[in-house]
Design a protein around this ligand. Structure first.
Ligand code: ATP
Length: 134
């Protein structure tokens, strides 16, 4: 998912170009604005963290671009391409990653990646469970 910061700065096409160049197939995609309840549910694992309400505000502040990506070992490969959570650290240790290139700070870090097949299934159904558009 491309988060609101990078949608707002028009990085979606550049990100998709890198996605394709990195060997991922975009199976389906949609632009949507997350409802507050959906954002809370999506990041429920962080509901007890002090940054949770701010994170929900950020994630509902503008549209996101959600994509289902396919590649062998896609979860790990995507996490590799997006880089560490904190873009300032990513710029030092993983300068070629999406978060290094376009992330602003630990919250506004440009992109999300599912961390397991289980969470990918859950997140795909949250983001694409209703009317699906390609
Ligand atoms: P994501 O789940 O979005 O792919 P991640 O797995 O790298 O990111 P998590 O620790 O799961 O990182 O945190 C989820 C999201 O919560 C982060 O991407 C970021 O937007 C936000 N976040 C994490 N830690 C902080 C923090 N300390 N302060 C503010 N926001 C944070």
């Amino acid at each position: 998912m491309v988060k609101p910061d990078c949608v707002e700065t028009n990085q979606v096409e550049s990100i998709k170009a890198l996605v394709n160049a990195s060997g991922f197939l975009i199976i389906t995609e949609r632009m949507l604005r997350l409802e507050e309840s959906l954002a809370r549910n999506f990041y429920a694992e962080h509901s007890k963290r002090e940054f949770f309400d701010d994170l929900v505000d950020f994630m509902t502040s503008g549209p996101v671009a959600a994509m289902v990506l396919q590649k062998r070992n896609a979860i790990a490969e995507w996490r590799e391409l997006i880089g560490p959570t904190d873009p300032s650290k990513a710029r030092v240790s993983h300068p070629q990653t999406l978060r290094a290139k376009w992330g602003i700070d630990t919250q506004r870090n440009c992109v999300h990646g599912s961390d397991s097949s289980l969470s990918a299934g859950r997140e795909i159904s949250l983001l694409f469970g209703g009317s699906r558009s390609t």
